[in-house]
Design a protein around this ligand. Structure first.
Ligand code: NOJ
Length: 562
């Protein structure tokens, strides 16, 4: 295979890559312990390559007590034996590259595990330098926590170190103490960590809690507790002013960008910037900072054409600044799966496919979450099986994220459904009675999987010649439509109808349906001439892609052949 992982059309590969998130614990278990692992991912690379995605984002696999399922890292240079070895990682990386797939590793620089050597030393010796690499403070005058900050996972963001009488800060679980980014050794160590993985050949990093590294220098009380976010109801304190988005943070990424740029091969970084102000999110991405930042705005928008158009237009405007492309996120391992958010059942699935089809038609990078290509819904994980620290910390009052993290059903055979041979997978495997298994969907041309494959395939074929410009069409209420054109005169039109009834939409010329999220409109159907224009009826809650060739161009080309 010739260099299968090069970018195209002179753009860096990440510019419009489709990235598939592999939630390692739940993807494929190679050794029968009930937990997914690196060798399991490696064994499924042909499946991932056949989806047509460009890159895999792997959730953290480093040595960890797994209190927050890998986001509590005890050693950033080691693979947790639960997932394999460094050699397994190297083998996966090499094989992924051979399949034309890049690998993005998830790094967690906001906090470590309380089992990290630094933190252990920090607790053992209050005079140690390691102590000042975390955020310890004496109690407030009343003996309680130093300020009013709340943990995202509920409860106070401070835990008392009884031995010293001081509190330490943790914006997440008490087992995840926050680093003090005002300490130079934290910077130096993180540069070593990045280089360690870049030297091994990783193609990029997903940066956990990218907007959180610095805290308010004076640790002032937050003016309000913070609101819950639609789609991410488990998270508290998301907009707490003094915890997030401090001006110093961007300087870290300027330095990291110099590091990634010093390596060949367009290494990239995408930041988890969990803010709901698009301008602020976009400010993290650009030519001298992160390559991309997650845009969670579409996720937080209802399935309604005008609202979706508004948020897409704003994102296209905000993210094209300075070389960073937009990203599109509907689901991930922290969010309620979008089939369920859109109402669940057949209707939820129909809407989810229509929304995904729309995002896949846009410039920029869609980030897909494992299982969405099967149409998986949020699972009902019984309380006794729940594991999320949010569930634990909230004393069982907040359901948490287990329902979007259940293992992939590869086959229809219970109890392991091809995910594991163990009788006790870490979370119950998704029951294939609700959504199809990979095996069943591969055999069904009308499946959600088949739809994803077609959409990603068309996108892949079209993008080398497509520009980033999006032209909006005037379409009836309840619909949206836009076109993207290629230099050769081909135009792609995406239409989305979010109402429940079919709506006729006029187009500027003749066009052929190349993709439909519902097969009631056959691919190959044509927009027909109407009284004064070409029109196509878009069924309710459906997305269509149409292709047309510029008629002038046709004539010109024909003349040249005469
Ligand atoms: C965001 C991650 O996506 C989430 O899973 C994790 O719990 C928190 N950051 C804390 O690391």
């Amino acid at each position: 295979m010739t260099n299968a992982v090069t970018g195209h059309s002179g753009r860096p590969w990440w510019h419009d890559a489709v990235v598939y998130q592999v939630y390692l614990r739940s993807f494929a278990d190679s050794n029968g312990d009930g937990l997914g692992d690196l060798a399991g991912v490696r064994s499924r690379l042909p499946y991932l390559a056949s989806l047509g995605v460009d890159a895999l984002w792997l959730n953290p696999f480093y040595l960890s007590p797994q209190k927050d399922h890998g986001y509590d890292v005890a050693d950033y240079y080691e693979v947790d034996p639960l997932f394999g070895t460094l050699e397994d990682f190297d083998a996966l990386l090499a094989d992924a590259h051979a399949h034309g797939l890049r690998i993005i590793c998830d790094v967690v620089p906001n906090h470590s595990s309380s089992e990290h050597e630094w933190f252990k030393r920090a607790l053992a010796d209050p005079m140690s330098d390691e102590r000042s690499r975390y955020i310890f403070r004496p109690p407030a005058a009343d003996g309680g926590p130093p300020n009013n900050w709340r943990s995202v996972f509920s409860g106070p963001a401070w835990t008392l170190d009884e031995a010293s009488g001081e509190y330490y800060l943790h914006l997440f679980d008490a087992s995840q103490p926050d680093f003090n980014w005002r300490h130079s050794e934290v910077h130096a160590e993180w540069e070593r960590i990045l280089r360690f993985w870049l030297d091994r050949g990783v193609d990029g990093f997903r940066i956990d809690v990218a907007h959180g590294l610095y805290k308010d220098a004076e640790l002032r009380d937050n003016p309000e507790a913070g609101r819950l976010v639609p789609g991410a109801p488990a998270y508290e304190s998301i907009n707490a002013k003094h915890n997030w988005d401090q001006p110093e943070t961007i300087e870290v990424f300027r330095r990291w960008r110099q590091i990634t740029d010093s390596y060949a091969g367009d290494r990239m970084m995408v930041g988890e910037v969990f803010l709901f102000d698009l301008g602020r999110v976009a400010s993290y991405a650009g030519a001298d900072r992160l390559h991309q930042a997650f845009n969670f705005m579409v996720m937080a928008t209802p399935f309604e054409a005008a609202a979706l158009r508004d948020v897409i237009e704003k994102a296209l405007g905000a993210f094209t600044v300075d070389g960073a492309g937009p990203t599109w996120v509907l689901s991930n391992h922290d969010l309620v799966r979008h089939v369920t958010r859109y109402g669940g059942g057949d209707a939820g699935l129909r809407r989810a496919k229509a929304a995904t089809g729309t995002l896949l038609a846009l410039p920029g990078s869609p980030y897909l979450y494992q299982g969405e290509e099967l149409g998986l819904e949020q699972a009902d994980v019984p309380p006794e099986a729940r594991q999320d620290p949010i569930w634990v910390r909230s004393g069982g009052t907040i359901e948490g994220r287990d329902g979007c993290r259940t293992p992939i059903p590869w086959t229809d055979e219970p109890p392991g459904y091809g995910f594991t041979t163990s009788a006790t997978p870490w979370l119950p495997v998704e029951d294939t009675a609700k959504a199809g298994s990979v095996a069943a969907e591969e055999a069904d041309p009308a499946s959600t999987l088949a739809f994803y494959r077609r959409a990603i395939g068309i996108r892949r074929e079209a993008r080398p010649s497509l520009g980033d410009e999006v032209e909006w069409l005037a379409t009836p209420a309840g619909t949206l439509g836009f076109t993207r054109s290629a230099a050769d005169g081909t135009t792609y039109t995406c239409l989305l109808n979010t109402t429940t009834r079919a709506v006729p939409v006029r187009l500027p010329g003749e066009a052929t349906v190349v993709l439909s999220s519902e097969l009631s409109v056959p691919e190959g159907a044509r927009a027909l001439p109407g009284t004064d224009n070409f029109a196509i009826a878009v069924p309710g809650e459906t997305c269509l892609w149409l292709r047309s060739v510029d008629p002038d161009r046709f004539v010109r080309d024909a003349a040249q052949h005469d």
